[in-house]
Design a protein around this ligand. Structure first.
Ligand SMILES: Nc1ncnc2c1ncn2[C@@H]1O[C@H](COP(=O)(O)OP(=O)(O)OP(=O)(O)O)[C@@H](O)[C@H]1O
Ligand SMILES: O=P(O)(O)OC[C@@]1(O)O[C@H](CO)[C@@H](O)[C@@H]1O
Length: 317
């Protein structure tokens, strides 16, 4: 079972244009709406592959109604906590070569009572899912304290669950001391966390090991077109896949995490889980908007797995 907790979900609008020119009027060549927010995407991807999942999210206002409708259409199991203000809508502008320009709104302001209700819903989901992965995802809306994910990690551990965190900046830094079992930063987010520029596989391994010695279980570091690196206390593995025609990178990291957790949840070993992570992530890049890949999309990806990657491999994406 994989429970995702997304305090700041979004309705994702993806607009395709021929070329993005700053300050000009554009005519969109296509547009689509997806239910978004990192944990929502993780749950949608897991659900699409027959895994057991529950997405916990706040829902309010006009965008909340759209979110409910979009999620109903996917059939993903959710626990929605009503809030007064509207949840956000995020926009991605995509060009034909797959270049993606994203604008994320800050999200609503939650009242103290709403934060309490959201925490209670998350607590209830954790308490009724023994042995589950509890996955805290994305930015935090107004009113939610910066140590929210640290509390979620402790809650998970108190109930014998495992905790994974996929966020960035201050909420990630504040979650680290609580000792999550897994974090999934991208290269830039990991660099910000350790205060270093990470330009090779060796740099990422060293940064990850520093965090592991501080109490994190393992790191799944997504590296864009360079693939993903799994670093545990005793092993390092790199996997990558070529995508001939990238369409939208939005949500690729979430699908990576979904593929990894779903594999672990069904008893796979770490290299197999990494392979599935990259298959999910790379399949997502070939799909429009925040669409999650189907089993057929994932099966079409050829993943290269390296169980002893050279530390000098450069990373640029
Ligand atoms: N251009 C690409 N070609 C092949 N695979 C890609 C490409 N871009 C991304 N991927 C795959 O998708 C995964 C996730 O991408 P990325 O590292 O950009 O995640 P992210 O920054 O967390 O994204 P997001 O926050 O939008 O979900 C990578 O680990 C890789 O497997
Ligand atoms: O603003 P946050 O919470 O950091 O990220 C939100 C978001 O960009 O993440 C997902 C892609 O990973 C999208 O569905 C969503 O719009």
């Amino acid at each position: 079972m994989i429970v995702t907790v997304t305090p700041n979900p979004s309705v994702d609008r993806t607009i395709e244009v021929d070329v993005l020119r700053r300050g000009e009027v554009h005519r969109a060549t296509s547009t689509r709406l997806d239910p978004g927010g990192k944990g929502i995407n993780v749950s949608r991807a897991i659900d699409a592959h027959g895994g057991a999942t529950l997405a916990v999210l706040p829902v309010g206002g006009a965008h909340g109604r759209m979110m409910t409708e979009l999620l109903d259409a996917t059939g993903t199991p959710v626990r929605a906590v009503p809030i007064e203000q509207s949840i956000r809508a995020n926009v991605a502008i995509v060009e034909p070569d797959g270049s993606t320009t994203k604008v994320n709104e800050p999200g609503p302001q939650l009242s103290p009572a709403e934060v309490e209700a959201f925490l209670a819903a998350a607590g209830d989901a954790v308490g009724t899912s023994p042995g589950a992965w509890i996955v805290g995802c994305g930015s935090l809306p107004g009113g939610v304290a910066g140590d929210f994910y640290a509390g979620l990690v402790r809650l998970a551990h108190d109930h014998g669950c495992k905790a994974a965190i996929d966020t960035s900046g201050a909420p990630l830094a504040q979650a680290v001391p609580a000792g999550p079992d897994l974090i999934k930063p991208n290269r830039v987010e990991l660099g910000e966390l350790v205060g270093a520029d990470l330009s090779s596989v060796g740099d990422v391994v060293d940064a990850s090991r520093e965090l592991i010695s501080g109490g994190i279980g393992e790191l799944l570091v997504s590296l864009g077109r360079d693939g993903a690196l799994l670093v545990t206390a005793h092993s390092v593995a790199l996997a990558a896949a070529t995508v001939d025609r990238p369409v939208s990178t939005v949500g690729a990291g979430d699908c990576t995490l979904a593929g990894y957790l779903l594999a672990l949840d069904t008893g796979a070993d770490a290299p197999t889980a990494l392979r599935q992570a990259v298959a999910f992530g790379s399949a997502a890049v070939a799909l429009p908007g925040t669409k999650v890949p189907s089993a057929r999309n994932v099966a079409a990806v050829h993943v290269r797995l390296d169980l002893a990657p050279d530390r000098t491999i450069p990373l640029s994406d």
